[in-house]
Design a protein around this ligand. Structure first.
Ligand SMILES: NC(=O)c1ccc[n+]([C@@H]2O[C@H](COP(=O)([O-])OP(=O)(O)OC[C@H]3O[C@@H](n4cnc5c(N)ncnc54)[C@H](OP(=O)(O)O)[C@@H]3O)[C@@H](O)[C@H]2O)c1
Length: 271
């Protein structure tokens, strides 16, 4: 893999360019972006080869292409590139666009779907990665394509390989889930404000608590419930707070939020 093409240089296109520049600096980047200001950012900040307006040049350079336009722009884009796409390698990050839809337009078996979240901007996304499911053993070319995809995903976070049918659930957990975590952080900070903290100190403290909790879970490999039991002393402060959370159905509410977002993603996918 020498050159990576990106079509659509918005938030996600830029996140991939930044991650690839930082982690795979030897790769060359080629871009097509219809907004001149965004194409300028791609050229000036990431030193990409801008092929906007010249698909022949773009496809002669790009060994693997990341499709990073909005889902509503997918149809017109795929129609535009379908005469160049045969046998090429594609990664789509477009929410709700299935591999079978891509296959119909792009006429190539080398397809992958990613579901990142906005932490891709800082190389910390949880990224669902799917490939077309076939019964036969993958060819060496397909194996090398899959390895390339995982390498590209690692440039912006942690790839989690899943069957495509779980993509809507990944949207609920990762794509939308990051907003649920922001909401929880905000709520913790507001609780501290209620008890007398200023919001900036409350937020900073909450972020440290979050980082600490993640670190404990990662370093020990133990489950959240094991640690909750350890932190909760008899007739202590933690059990008082936990009771309030559960009186207000905290666990069921969060479960419901992930489920609702997944359900909506499924509806948008038309399955
Ligand atoms: N942002 C997230 O957190 C997130 C998470 C998971 C998945 N995704 C997926 O990532 C994709 C990109 O999202 P985003 O937030 O980066 O969107 P965005 O900021 O709107 O970026 C898309 C860019 O592509 C350009 N574009 C549209 N059609 C084009 C074409 N035919 N050729 C070249 N450029 C074209 C757009 O220009 P115009 O504005 O002029 O149309 C825009 O600058 C979406 O499909 C989304 O579902 C995003």
């Amino acid at each position: 893999m020498e050159k990576i093409g990106i079509i659509g240089f918005g938030n996600m296109g830029e996140a991939f360019a930044a991650g690839l520049r930082a982690r795979l600096p030897e790769k060359k980047l080629v871009v097509v972006e219809k907004l001149p200001t965004r194409a300028g950012v791609a050229r000036d900040r990431y030193k990409v080869l801008d092929c906007t307006g010249d698909w022949v040049q773009f496809f002669s350079h790009a060994d693997v292409v990341i499709l990073a336009v909005k889902p509503q722009d997918a149809d017109s884009l795929l129609r535009e590139i379908s005469s160049y796409s045969q046998g090429k390698r594609f990664i789509s990050i477009m929410a709700g666009k299935q591999l079978s839809f891509l296959q119909t337009h792009l006429h190539t078996p080398y397809l992958s779907r990613f579901m990142p979240n906005l932490a891709a901007m800082h190389g910390k996304a949880a990224i669902g990665v799917s490939f077309p499911e076939g019964s036969s053993t993958p060819s060496p070319e397909m194996e090398s394509f899959r390895a390339e995809c995982l390498q590209i995903a690692e440039a912006v976070g942690k790839p989690i390989q899943i069957p495509e049918r779980l993509m809507p659930m990944m949207t609920g957990l990762s794509g939308s889930g990051i907003a649920f975590v922001f909401q929880f952080i905000h709520a913790m900070a507001l609780g501290a404000v209620k008890t007398g903290f200023g919001y900036p100190a409350a937020l900073e403290t909450t972020l440290q608590v979050m980082e600490g909790a993640v670190e404990v879970l990662r370093k020990t490999g133990e489950s959240p419930s094991a640690w909750i039991t350890r932190v909760t002393s008899p007739a202590g402060t933690t059990i008082e707070g936990l009771q309030v959370l559960e009186e207000n159905a905290f666990t069921a509410t969060v479960m419901g939020a992930v489920e609702a977002a997944s359900r909506r993603a499924k509806e948008l996918e038309g399955v």
